[in-house]
Design a protein around this ligand. Structure first.
Ligand SMILES: O=C[C@H](O)[C@H](O)COP(=O)(O)O
Length: 154
């Protein structure tokens, strides 16, 4: 299987987003990349990019998304407003691994003002090594998250 990836950022994350998109363009595991922007200097607020990316993943038009902003926080908060989305901010290798194996997260968010470019590129690359195991002990916990989405009053 090849990954269908969407990338997006606000202006504060544009440089890292472009670098990661370039890496994915030469990664044999990636079959398609949609770049939602924005260019450096564009003042589009990060929630609009994050929700656009999240909706693409939720609709099944992309498998995974990488979002970059200044901290990686705002894009994750915004993306998680979309039903079915599990977006995480992760800046270390172990968290990136567990975000998939424990949480089945489809969206990785990082902060251009928080970590170095080479680490961000490495984490974006490592992230594609992992797939969630629906038979794992983590699966019922992820299902419990989804149940709160479907039954918010419970
Ligand atoms: O989480 C938000 C991001 O870091 C964004 O790039 C910058 O947001 P701010 O301009 O509101 O600090």
């Amino acid at each position: 299987m090849g990954w269908r990836i969407v990338v997006g950022s606000d202006s504060a994350g544009a440089d890292y987003r472009l670098a990661i998109a370039r890496d994915y363009a030469s990664d044999a595991r990636v079959v398609s990349i949609v770049d939602l922007g924005v260019p450096p200097g564009d003042d589009t607020p990060y929630p609009h990019i994050a929700v656009q990316a999240a909706r693409m993943v939720a609709r099944g038009e992309a498998d995974r998304a990488v979002l970059i902003c200044g901290t990686g926080l705002g894009v994750a908060i915004a993306a998680n407003k979309v039903a079915g989305i599990r977006a995480v901010t992760a800046h270390d290798s172990y968290s990136v691994e567990r975000s998939v194996l424990s949480n089945n997260a489809q969206m990785l968010c990082m902060g251009q003002r928080v970590i170095g470019l080479e680490l961000a590129r490495r984490l974006a690359r490592e992230w594609l090594d992992y797939t969630f195991d629906p038979q794992s002990a983590s699966a019922p916990k992820v299902a419990a998250i989804s149940n709160y989405e479907h039954n918010p009053a419970v």
